[in-house]
Design a protein around this ligand. Structure first.
Ligand code: FES
Length: 351
């Protein structure tokens, strides 16, 4: 303290008149207002109103069951390619629209039924639960069990059999939606991926120009896509067929090719591989000419075209199938047969 300090200067400053500090000192106790008096609801005193609520809840659970049945029926009956107009969304898949609506209604109706049940029929008395140590002593656990039994009784779960049974029905049916969707995992491809339109003597048609290809059309470093002769884009099954037969053709320097069979199955360094990724079937499109690697844009599987198109990175399970090619008497590139192994994704029937 300096010699000029006075006792008044060391006291805390008094709060100005009218501030909170003056009106409510920090140690003042606020009385607990307690819970407001409990007012019975209409359903508590009028059994007819309770019955109406019961029917409303049962109606919502029943609606959920019907929506789930509608979901399954829609999944089975609606053509996956069917398009409908829905205002204001526009043109959308009829199947997606139906599945979305019915599943949404099924889940909403269960939720709405449960909320309505709780608001109108279950006990609405407010209960104060004082804070207590986290580890409950045995007598508290006993009390919780008793409270649970009491709550179960007050919810009228046993008495309102209509609600209980329809709720069980709705809860039992809703998971069926997920089970039905498992069907989309199948059926297994069987032998569908074992055969493509490639056959002995089929010309390789450039997919851009629609012209048969000659070896001189293919330069080192370029990547060309080809389809089998006779497969027209106007054909009804074009997408299905090209998804299996799509071919990519590159010309490598013969001395760069490490795999002996690859060299034999090509023509003067021109080699042809399936364009369909062996992971889950995306079309491969990125070619790095310096390394001879092709990259699948979906999950980055990378294949080395100079080494039998083996997988050098990514989730693909096996090398890209190679098509055996040659040049016919007119000088055009042709296939010498179909692929000798299934094209496309890995599946457990490949053998
Ligand atoms: S589909 Fe090609 S990496 Fe997944």
């Amino acid at each position: 303290m300096s010699s000029q300090d006075t006792p008044e200067e060391n006291l805390p400053a008094e709060p100005p008149h009218g501030t909170d500090a003056e009106i409510a000192p920090s140690d003042a106790l606020v009385p607990d207002p307690g819970l407001p008096p409990h007012l019975p609801r209409r359903q508590d005193i009028d059994e007819r109103a309770a019955k109406r609520s019961e029917r409303a809840v049962a109606g919502l659970f029943t609606l959920s069951m019907l929506a789930t049945i509608g979901f399954i029926a829609g999944f089975v009956a609606i053509d996956v390619d069917k398009i409908i107009y829905v205002w204001p969304i526009g043109h959308i898949s009829a199947l997606n629209f139906t599945l979305g609506c019915t599943l949404g209604i099924a889940l909403f109706a269960i939720g709405a039924g449960a909320v309505h049940w709780a608001r109108t029929l279950m006990s609405d008395e407010e209960v104060v639960d004082e804070r207590h140590p986290i580890e409950a002593p045995p007598e508290v656990r006993q009390r919780v069990i008793q409270d649970f039994r009491k709550g179960a009784g007050e919810s009228q779960f046993g008495r309102r059999k209509l609600i209980r049974n329809t709720m069980f029905g709705a809860l039992a049916l809703v998971p069926l939606s997920g089970v039905v969707l498992l069907r989309d995992l199948g059926p297994l491809p069987g032998d569908k991926l074992r055969h493509t339109l490639w056959a002995k003597g089929k010309l390789l048609i450039n997919q851009n120009t629609n012209e048969p290809m000659k070896p001189s059309d293919i330069t080192v470093g370029s990547l060309t896509f080809a389809k089998p002769d006779g497969l027209e884009e106007t054909a009804e099954d074009f997408q299905e067929q090209i998804a299996k037969a799509a071919l990519m053709i590159v010309r490598l320097e013969p001395e760069d090719i490490k795999d002996k069979r690859e060299l034999e199955w090509g023509h003067e360094g021109i080699v042809a591989f399936s364009k369909i990724c062996t992971h889950v079937g995306c079309p491969i499109s990125l070619y790095e000419q310096q390394t001879h690697h092709v990259l699948c844009p979906c999950h980055q599987s990378t294949f080395d075209l100079a080494d039998g198109a083996r997988v050098i990175f990514g989730p693909a399970g096996h090398a890209l199938p190679q098509l055996r090619i040659s040049v016919n008497s007119d000088g055009y590139l042709e296939a010498l047969g179909d692929f000798t192994e299934p094209v496309g994704p890995s599946f457990w029937e490949r053998g």
